[in-house]
Write a protein that binds this ligand. Sequence first.
Ligand SMILES: [Zn+2]
Ligand SMILES: [Zn+2]
Length: 212
Amino acid sequence: MRELGVVSQFPDLSWRWYNDIPVLKGFYQFKTEYRGILFQDSFNLEINFPVDYPEKSPTVKELDNKIPAFFHRNSDGYLCLCTPVEQHLTFSQAPTLENFMLNLLNPYLLSWLWYDRFNKTPWGERKHGYIGLVESYQDLLKLNDIRHTISFMVEFVKNKLHHKENCPCGSGRLFRKCHGNIVLKYENSLPQGQLFYDFIFILGGLNEKYFN
Ligand SMILES: [Zn+2]
Ligand SMILES: [Zn+2]
C-alpha cells in the first residue's frame, strides 16, 4: 500500500484500527516556508478514512483544540479544509494520502498559522454555510452572479441542461458552446448526489435567510 511510504515520513503518526477501519493518529509535524517566512508547528491529528476511500477524501480532526472553533473547525472537531465540492475535486485529482496532505491539509495548517501570526488569512477563505458553498460553485463555473449560479444548479438538478438550448449563465450562447464542457467535466468527477446534496443545503440556507 503506497500510503505506508508517506506515513513513514511522519514518525509520530501511527495506524489504529477501529472496527476494521484504519485511522491515522498522532502528532503531525508541519514545517513550510511561505512568502519567505518559516512556519513550523506540531498538531495532534486524527485522520479518518471513509469506507469508500479512496473514492472519497479522508477527513481530519485536531484533538488538542489548538485551532480554535472560529477558524474553520466544525462543532464535531473536524477541520473545515474547504467546501466539500472543492475537497472532492482536489482529492480526486490524485486520490492518495500524499495528495491529501500536500494539497488539502498543509494549505489549511499554513493558513491557520498565518492567521495566528498576522490575524488574517494568507489567501481568500470561504464563508461558512450555504454562501461559501455557492461561492465555490460560482468559481468552478466561472460565473460572477450568484443568481446565475443558482439557476445553473436548478437546471442541473432538474436534469434540464440541454446542449442545444441556451446556457443558464445568461450569455445567450448555446449551452454546448458555453458552459457545456465545464459542467461535463464536473459531472463526471463529482460523486453521485454531491451536487444534489449541496443544492439542498443551499436552498435550506436561502430559505432561512429570506423566508423566516
Ligand atoms: Zn470553513
Ligand atoms: Zn454559459
